[in-house]
Design a protein around this ligand. Structure first.
Ligand code: NAP
Length: 246
């Protein structure tokens, strides 16, 4: 078992919660970031703590750089370092491009994209001197192929891919790997506003004939955090059941 530390943003629910759980089960110290879902975050903390795992929680809105800076400092103070950063926190909004307000655009871009800049910039203050680190950014298939009615969301997720590729080149000599996971349709609260028949249509369009689970994504993140992926950087791995094949 290793004693590495992982900071997972947006770990109160959904994919982030599954990543936090799997990382704790695999020996990582885990900082569970949440923003609004305090009860869910504390329930997860209590469950993992009762199983003997080294976890902690931190409330921070990742779209605010001051809160992010305090969170990363807290992580380093609490666990004496940061080895893995999983930028998972995100929101999705559905709207016709012409109906997207300036406020809605800013909210999606600041939560999904600026947050990745803030967390990564701060974590690198520690990772570059230690000459190691893994940064895992959660993008989306819609960042790869574009989703109609989700131009702001698709833009934020495509930008994360561009950022990861460029940063991977810059950070390679510092032995820091930067990769993206671009999930397909994964069963979480994020799908709450999608009708059942639309979800069924998505399932039928998926070669593997099912929607994804949070564990499908967590397993991928665990691999990218591990030494088994040390020669992989600047890549996009898309667990999507074959829904998107490029
Ligand atoms: P989810 O169930 O809605 O969970 C979203 C998580 O993000 C929550 O823990 C939420 O925390 C956190 N979050 C949102 N805004 C935040 C903020 N400002 N500061 C801190 N945390 C914030 O969504 P999910 O499906 O697990 O999505 C996780 C990631 O996967 C997102 O980046 C999403 O875009 C991506 N993704 C999802 C799918 C899918 O089909 N589900 C597909 C592709 C990509 P609080 O509730 O505590 O605020």
């Amino acid at each position: 078992m290793n004693k590495k530390t992982a900071l997972i943003t947006g770990a109160s629910r959904g994919i982030g919660k599954a990543i936090a759980t799997l990382f704790a089960e695999n020996g990582y110290n885990v900082l569970i970031n949440y923003n609004n879902s305090e009860k869910e975050a504390l329930d997860l903390y209590n469950e993992l703590k009762s199983r003997g795992f080294a976890v902690d929680t931190y409330k921070a809105d990742v779209s605010k750089k001051e809160e992010v800076n305090l969170m990363v400092n807290y992580c380093i103070g609490q666990f004496e370092g940061i080895d893995v950063l999983v930028n998972n926190a995100g929101i999705s909004k559905t709207n016709l491009f012409t109906d997207i307000s300036y406020e809605e655009w800013d909210e999606v871009i600041s939560t999904n994209l600026n947050s990745v800049f803030y967390t990564t910039k701060k974590a690198l203050q520690y990772m570059i001197p230690q000459m190691s680190g893994k940064i895992i950014n959660i993008s989306s298939i819609w960042g790869m192929v574009g989703g109609s009615y989700e131009v702001h969301y698709s833009t934020s997720k495509a930008a994360i891919i561009g950022m990861s590729k460029a940063l991977a080149k810059e950070l390679g000599p510092s032995n820091i790997q930067v990769n993206c996971i671009a999930p397909g349709v994964i069963q979480t609260d994020m799908l709450d506003n999608i009708e059942d028949d639309a979800l069924e249509a998505l399932r039928q369009e998926t070669p593997l004939m099912r929607l994804g689970t949070v564990e499908d994504i967590a397993n991928c993140a665990l691999f990218l955090a591990s030494d088994k992926s040390n020669f992989i950087t600047g890549q996009v791995i898309s667990p999507n059941g074959g829904f998107v094949i490029v």
